[in-house]
Structure formats: structure tokens, C-alpha cells
Design a protein around this ligand. Structure first.
Ligand code: UTP
Length: 291
């Protein structure tokens, strides 16, 4: 059984970079090939042994709640038509042993505030935070969050997923710095949200995967608005670092920034090229297009 049982999905952001697509539906319901982004994230958590999925939702996110609900009419109809494979696809969105909890963040005050909203469902235990718009794919290997659970088990401290980026992009990310402990693991000595390239402490960027100890909640309660006038998770982690060791883990896998249009398009192309049914025909299509 996994030591981390609960995954939090903060999905209450406004998704402004995808307007008008996200005017009435959540960014996390945008599909990559044939599944919504949120489902890639929940499958990653379930595969890592988590059984409580906490969705922090906002207005316009009802489709997410519906996606994780039982679809009686659809399931009955698929059953009557003997569409067993499709029925399984629909039912597997929430495997039987999984509990889903939905919490409203009534105002989009920032990622840190969204995580704080999850406290009543998380309680006093370590938990994962997964941002579905960072789709991370590790073909044939352990998922990013699974790798991080293993790091947590070995080190018993909060773990932040990181990736090397071009320093010119530091103002899009939380950036961390600290001494290396092994090839992929470092200690976090410094963490800062969206620094300018001149102020970036390193080229290591925080991406949307965290394992946090519950002590983060008390830090979040006193975190003031920071970059972008939002309550930033990064700022609370910087406070937590003063009392607990925090680790940065450079995960194995390819990350697609599906919060940006270009990252979303890349994910669709590359995941279609790995898809059982589509890979061959899509490859032929792309080859013809490139001629
Ligand atoms: P982003 O920074 O990507 O913001 O949030 P956003 O609002 O979703 O998208 P843009 O930038 O306007 O296009 C990172 C994550 O934090 C969640 C988002 O849903 C996303 O998963 N979030 C952000 C919240 O849940 N609540 C917030 O108040 C802010």
C-alpha cells in the first residue's frame, strides 16, 4: 500500500490562456487525443496507489464533477447495446476502490489558496498535489508521482518535482536551488516564485507535482498574496523549508505544458504517435503533411 493515499487536484484556475475554449468548461477537461487532461492526472495518482482524489474546483468546473460521477443512462445504454469495451472505458474513469471528494474554491485566489481549501479532506497526513495541465509521460517507466512517492518514502520530507529550463523562462515558474544529493535529488535551500532571469537562483524549475507534509497548511494560512497578486504555494513552501527539509526531484519523463497552446499541441501530436489505434495512420498523415 502506498504511503501517500490522497492526491489533490487544484483545478479552479481561470485558464485565461485558453479563452475562449475555457469560457464555460474547465481547462482540465480539454482532451489530449481521447482523454481529458484531468483523467491523465487521476490515472497517475491511482497507478501510484492513491485512493482518495480531492478535486478543488471553481465555477465552470461542473463537467469535472460529472466526469467522475456514475453515468447511469450512458452505462445502461452501452450495456443494452453490448458495447462492453466502451462500458469498461467509461467505468474505469473511477475504479471501484477510489473515493472522490469535491471542494469549491469560491474565488481564484491562487494555487496556494486552492491547496489550503483541500485541508478538510486531506487531514493530518502527507499528500500529493498534481496539476493536470502539466501532463508528464514516462513511457514504460514509473510515473512522475510514483517516482516521487519513492523519494518521499526514503527521505520522509516534502518533495517537489523539478525540471531544467532555460533561465530566460524563469519568470514562468517557481525556481529552486540547493546542493545535489544524488543524480536526480537535491535539497531545497531556496525557492522563489517567478523570479526574473537575473534573479533566478538556478535553472531548476518547479513543475506541477508535489508531495507535501501537512505542516504546509499552517504555512498557507499565513501566506500573503505574492507574484501575480495570488496566494502562492511556492511562498508557503519557502516558509516550510525553514522548519523541515524539502527535496527537489528531477523526475524521469517528458513534461508537456498543456496550460500553454504550444505545449498542448505537442502533447496531442506525441501522444497520438504512441496511441495503439492511431499511431500508424497519424504518422502517415504527418509524413504526407510534411512533404
Ligand atoms: P495556472 O497558473 O496555470 O493558472 O494555475 P490558470 O488560471 O489555470 O491558467 P491561466 O494562466 O489563466 O491560463 C496552475 C494550477 O493551479 C490551479 C489551476 O487550475 C492550475 O491547475 N489554480 C490556480 C487553482 O486551482 N486556483 C487558483 O486560484 C489558481
Amino acid at each position: 500500500m502506498s504511503s501517500i493515499r490522497t492526491a489533490v487536484f487544484p483545478v479552479a484556475g481561470l485558464g485565461t490562456r485558453f479563452l475562449p475554449a475555457t469560457k464555460a468548461i474547465a481547462k482540465e477537461m480539454l482532451t489530449v487525443v481521447d482523454k481529458p487532461l484531468i483523467q491523465y492526472a487521476s490515472e497517475e495518482a491511482v497507478a501510484a496507489g492513491m485512493d482518495t482524489l480531492v478535486f478543488v474546483v471553481g465555477r465552470t468546473k461542473n463537467a469535472i464533477i460529472d466526469h467522475y460521477d456514475k453515468a447511469y443512462e450512458l452505462e445502461t445504454e452501452l450495456g443494452l447495446r453490448n458495447k462492453t469495451a466502451l462500458l469498461e472505458v467509461v467505468q474505469q474513469v473511477v475504479p471501484p476502490h477510489i473515493h472522490c471528494v469535491f471542494i469549491r474554491q469560491s474565488e481564484a485566489l491562487g494555487l496556494g489558496h486552492a491547496v489550503l481549501c483541500a485541508q478538510p479532506a486531506v487531514g493530518d497526513q502527507p499528500f500529493a498535489v498534481i496539476l493536470p495541465d502539466d501532463l508528464i509521460y514516462n513511457k514504460g517507466g514509473a510515473s512522475c508521482i510514483q517516482q516521487m512517492v519513492e523519494v518521499y518514502d526514503e527521505n520522509q520530507g516534502s518533495v517537489i518535482g523539478t525540471q531544467t529550463v532555460d533561465v530566460s523562462e524563469s519568470d514562468k515558474y517557481g525556481m529552486v536551488a540547493g546542493p545535489k544529493m544524488s543524480e536526480r535529488l537535491s535539497r531545497v535551500d531556496e525557492i522563489v516564485e517567478k523570479p526574473s532571469p537575473a534573479e533566478a537562483p538556478s535553472d531548476q524549475a518547479v513543475v506541477g507535482r508535489y508531495i507535501l507534509t501537512p505542516a504546509i497548511f499552517n504555512k498557507l494560512k499565513t501566506t500573503e498574496r505574492g507574484a501575480g497578486n495570488e496566494i502562492q504555494l511556492t511562498d508557503a513552501i519557502a516558509e516550510l523549508r525553514k522548519t523541515e527539509e524539502i527535496y527537489a526531484y528531477s523526475f524521469e519523463g517528458r513534461r508537456y505544458d498543456c496550460g500553454s497552446k504550444i505545449g498542448y499541441l505537442e502533447a496531442n501530436v506525441e501522444i497520438a504517435l504512441q496511441h495503439d489505434e492511431l499511431a500508424d495512420s497519424f504518422k502517415t498523415y504527418l509524413q504526407n503533411l510534411a512533404l
